[in-house]
Design a protein around this ligand. Sequence first.
Ligand code: ATP
Ligand code: MG
Length: 445
Amino acid sequence: MRLSRYFVPVLKENPTEAQIVSHRLMLRAGMIKQASAGIYSWLPLGFKMLRKLENIVHEEQVRAGHIPMLMPTLQSADLWRESGRYDGYGEEMLRMKDRHGRDMLFSPTAEEMFTDVFRSHVNSYKDLPLTLYQIQWKFRDEIRPRFGVMRGREFLMKDGYNFDLTKEDALHAYNRHLVSYLRTYERMGLQAIPMRADSGPIGGDYTHEFLVLAETGESEVFYDSKVTDIKLGKRDINYDDVAQCQGVMEEFTSLYARTDETHEAAAFDQVPEDRRRIARGIEVGQIFYFGTQYSEPLGATVVNESGERTPVHMGSHGIGVSRLLGALIEANHDENGIIWPEGVTPFHCGIINLKQGDEEADAACQALYDSLTALGLDPLYDDRNERAGGKFATMDLLGLPWRITVGPRGLKNGVVEVTSRRTGDSEEMTPTQAVEKIAQIYANL
Ligand code: ATP
Ligand code: MG
């Protein structure tokens, strides 16, 4: 992409409405624009990042054997009356009437809708296990929308629902989700710690929240510092392997890690003192096993091996896709702007032309652009007629992990400069070497 032909309305001034750095940087980098409280327009750069996160979430869900589909955002209240949640849900549910006076709502979550599809089409235990999911906009009329996309009213969520014959099978689904979520966050360069959580209105006995440590996080968390040493890394996971998924689950959840809702001072005291940590975290996902809580009232049953009808065991599992974008920036920035991890960046590298209009510099930039593109990479070429300082400031703000700087002086010696956004270290090399270096970095991911 050429910056002169793209649409990135960067802000020079710090927007005063933003209290935390991710919100400020998303506004400044022209990624989002507030439409009304807690509701955002996703401008091209923000939209591009959202799609990238979504793709990673999809890939990891499909890898775990879960099946993508899509539910409507507007739902009839009748189904929610059947499950008994319509009246209890409270003010967070946005309710409306259609022209015939029928009660409708904007889905804040979708247990009922998925259970309804299940009960209409699945009859036999032979069709289980089944996990369906969607990535879809949700609406919750939050009392205090704030921090930009972190606590919006309209937000993008991946929500998945497992249907299993037995509790045992449903707990395997729970573990599968835990592992696939860990992989998802790690691919985004984020460490999200599974913490024992409170099940709240969804109910159920088993639930973990995934928290990214950040000073601006809304949750207070208590944990054994050793949990931060555990990584999934590149190990092979077979999602059908019950024992392996259970093993990973135990490895990640046996140490003390709780949110304030489940924190127990006496248990925390058992953690060696030098490893006790109290910090803040951003909730980027949550998984639940809730048994037959929805399948019973909604009549989601299957015929088992002995020919009896039995309600299925279910769980639901959510990832806050749009919130993750905020969390990523909270975890990756400096005073000059965003620093995207290589695993999720809107463009693989930037190209800065120090002297637009100089024949040699223009040609060298174009050649770099073409070579990178031919290798399947996606560069952002700042070809605007701007002074170098402005170009550097914009590139730093946008946060691409690598930058190639091209100027007449370097070209005289046959070199360009390759700079890491994270370390600020620069290296001179030939344009060919620069292309090879960038290609190598992304090939190794
Ligand atoms: P919170 O406690 O932050 O209000 P929640 O526990 O009510 O969230 P869940 O029902 O667990 O939310 O939804 C799954 C995920 O969706 C959450 O882990 C979070 O990442 C994301 N999410 C929930 N509410 C919002 C929101 N208002 N804005 C952005 N993301 C949200
Ligand atoms: Mg939650």
